[in-house]
Design a protein around this ligand. Structure first.
Ligand code: GUN
Length: 281
């Protein structure tokens, strides 16, 4: 059996066409949806991520502002910038790229962002809204994974979903979104005793660990849907996900590739959250 590929680039293209239409409808109301991206320091990986986010805004009719600061920026100065952006009427979404330098308390900065502009969905108000099923911004990566499942018409009701990883950005919100669609959800993590015993029971597996080849073919039930959130480099410096793609694609029913899977979907959901922030005005 060879799995069907869930193509994040193709799905993003479809969804971004709709973004452009929604942006046009906002212009007609005199609103230009705007995203501010704040980057502190010069991490090469963060610079690439941020550049891709800004380019996606430009390509799809959203206004974007990139604010770059030296790694020595103080926490107080960063907080002051966030407060200024909260009060800037041209800005509907604020994203502070993580990780931040060690001298800055990232959670404090996230909590300084107005929940109405929290398009990353990392604020405790956003996390709480997701937890209790109230409207709020959903973190872009797990939200993108949900769109990928919807794109194959997958009904999660009563299915067993196993999430590997428990980060605030992916694992935990992913589990809540799957639960909201009536899946039975198991969260596995570094202290899980027998990961393979868990994943072999799964109808859906979301791997969000940040390590190559955490999920191999022997750990997957035939026909399962496998979503790979990983974006790692192996010992040879080659890009790889968390899933052994070549092996797992022979067992799974559906699989997302790396690159070209969850990555572009994360940016697409950021555009959608930003539009939504502007539409709520
Ligand atoms: N760093 C890695 N992924 C993300 C993300 O989705 N948002 C932010 N703000 N920082 C990140």
């Amino acid at each position: 059996m060879t799995a069907q590929i869930i193509d994040g680039n193709a799905l993003s293209k479809q969804l971004r066409a709709d973004v452009a239409l929604r942006a046009a409808a906002l212009y007609a109301r005199g609103i230009t949806p705007g995203l501010a991206v704040v980057l502190v320091g010069d991490s090469p990986a963060s610079q690439v991520y941020v550049r891709n986010k800004i380019k996606a805004c430009e390509d799809n009719g959203l206004h974007s502002v990139l604010e770059k600061y030296a790694a020595t920026l103080s926490e107080a100065d960063l907080l002051a910038r966030v407060y200024a952006l909260n009060n800037d009427p041209a800005i509907h979404g604020i994203l502070v790229q993580l990780p931040l330098p060690a001298h800055i308390d990232a959670q404090k900065v996230i909590e300084a962002i107005s929940p109405a502009k929290d398009v990353d969905g990392f604020h405790v108000a956003s996390a709480g809204a997701l937890m209790v099923g109230q409207p709020g911004f959903w973190p872009c990566t797990p939200y993108g994974c949900m769109k990928m499942l919807a794109s194959i018409g997958y009904d999660l009701r009563g299915k067993h979903a196993v999430v590997i990883g428990r980060s605030n950005i992916v694992g935990k919100p992913m589990a809540l979104m799957l639960l909201q669609k009536n899946a039975t959800v198991t969260i596995c993590h570094s202290a899980t005793k027998d990961l393979k015993a868990m994943t072999l029971q799964a109808d859906v597996i979301v791997a969000a660990v940040g390590k190559c080849n955490v999920l191999t073919a022997d750990m997957v039930k035939p026909g399962a849907v496998v979503i790979d959130v990983g974006m790692n480099r192996n010992a040879e410096g080659k890009l790889c996900g968390d899933v052994d793609f070549d092996g797992v694609k022979e067992v799974a029913g559906y699989i997302t590739p790396v690159p070209g899977g969850v990555g572009p979907m994360t940016i697409t959901m950021l555009l959608i959250n930003t539009l939504e922030a502007a539409e709520r005005l």
